[in-house]
Write a protein that binds this ligand. Structure first.
Ligand SMILES: [Fe+2]
Length: 409
């Protein structure tokens, strides 16, 4: 039968051929198409030194200027954007069937939140360093009554929803009230400071929907990533979106550990850099002559880096090189962090990122890391006029063992 040459048609492969193109471009997912259609930039890279410097464009849907940010490795896992609330203005009212975390990068303002049928919106005020969650599908509006712009960094589960239902009308116009997450309770956005063990890993957690100042708030001792490391998991608005806030002491750096993609580390205090490299480069990439394949991102407040910017497990290691401690918040989206991925309920999971490689974990102890890292860290600190507080005993296997916090098993 004759066929139209303008239409693609199927040819069965010959005996010595395989079907298909063999090599092809990855198709855009519904969320990619949605971002492009919004007419603002889509920033894609392994990280950003300062999100304050990302070029913004007028964003008709939100009524401010903004840019999407999709760091490598996070595609489809969760979404991010930065938006400016104009001075003396407000963004458009929004409601959406995806979760949203907000970190205030610059400025001051307030948010109105209300549920369908709620007579009076709830209003809470925020400033640089405030972090909060907008409850799922609640109406909300960001207001800036000051005369300078406010900059908000938002993390969302929008990609998950878009790539599943592929229908913006449903996502932005769904009438359902998730009352189990938000019912307009009077103290909903009042900060809560009670600390409890999180139900999955037993790490320090607080259930609060608003943190007024995540840059300076108290953090309990954790000791897992570096000696003196402090950490809290804020559980917000009944979200599946997971995040934590951690801090390395001044003059110290994290051990490397490896895992697959999802986490983006956002700098809240101090400045520094992150190295990230695929596990195939080994524990000592510089010594192995592969240092040029290691990726580096420098950052300061508002900067960020994708912990594992490509497929597979990536080692990553964070270095604070200022007189301030290095405080980071890590955002993972929903159901992506290793301890919270789907699997057989009840199966045993170990906290591999906090256990050394030799003991079956995924962390490189200081005494086994590439010597390049310590040398460069000490040189960088000296240039900044800061002192190393890394104990030489941690670089010797025998004394390191004596000094290290004990594993739980
Ligand atoms: Fe990590």
């Amino acid at each position: 039968m004759p066929h139209d040459e303008n239409q693609s048609h199927w040819h069965e492969p010959g005996k010595d051929q395989k079907a298909g193109f063999g090599k092809f471009g990855r198709p855009a997912m519904p969320y990619d198409t949605f971002m492009e259609a919004e007419g603002i930039p889509v920033y894609r890279d392994i990280g950003i030194q300062r999100v304050q410097d990302v070029p913004l464009k007028s964003w008709a849907r939100l009524g401010g200027r903004g840019s999407y940010i999709q760091l490598y490795g996070t595609e489809g896992l969760w979404g991010m954007y930065v938006v400016e609330v104009p001075p003396g203005g407000a963004l458009n009212i929004e409601r959406h069937v995806y979760e949203k975390m907000v970190l205030v990068i610059e400025g001051r303002g307030s948010t109105d939140v209300w549920q369908e049928g709620q007579v009076k919106p709830q209003t809470f005020e925020w400033q640089r360093g405030s972090m909060f969650a907008v409850p799922l599908n609640a109406f909300h509006r960001f207001v800036n009554a000051t005369n300078s712009p406010a900059l908000l960094l938002c993390g969302t589960t929008a990609p998950n929803m878009f790539n599943l239902v592929d229908n913006p009308h449903f996502i932005f116009n769904c009438p359902y009230n998730f009352a189990e997450r938000y019912a307009g309770t009077e103290d909903y956005f009042r900060p809560k400071d009670d600390i409890a063990p999180d139900p999955v890993r037993g790490l320090a957690m607080k259930r609060t929907n608003f943190i007024p100042d995540v840059i300076n708030c108290e953090l309990p001792l954790d000791n897992r990533r570096s000696p003196g490391y402090r950490r809290i998991e804020p559980h917000m608005a009944g979200n599946r979106f997971y995040q934590w806030v951690g801090q390395h002491e001044t003059g110290r750096y994290s051990k490397a550990h490896k895992h697959a993609s999802a986490a983006v580390l956002i700098c809240l205090k101090g400045k520094g850099y992150t190295y990230t490299w695929p596990e195939a480069l080994g524990m000592r990439p510089w010594e192995n002559g592969k240092g040029d394949l290691v990726k580096r991102q420098d950052y300061e407040f508002g900067g960020m880096v994708s912990a594992a910017p490509m497929t597979g497990d990536w080692f990553h290691q964070h270095f604070g090189v200022s007189k301030d401690p290095l405080r980071l918040t890590a955002w993972f989206g929903a159901n992506n962090s290793r301890a919270r991925k789907p699997g057989v309920p009840g199966e045993a999971i170990m906290d591999l990122g906090a256990i050394d490689m030799k003991k079956g974990g995924d962390a490189i102890p200081y005494h086994e890391e590439d010597p390049h890292l310590r040398m460069e860290f000490e040189q960088t600190l000296a240039k900044e006029g800061a002192q190393t507080r890394m104990d030489p005993r941690w670089y010797d296997e025998k004394t390191a063992a004596e000094d290290q916090p004990k594993d739980l098993f």
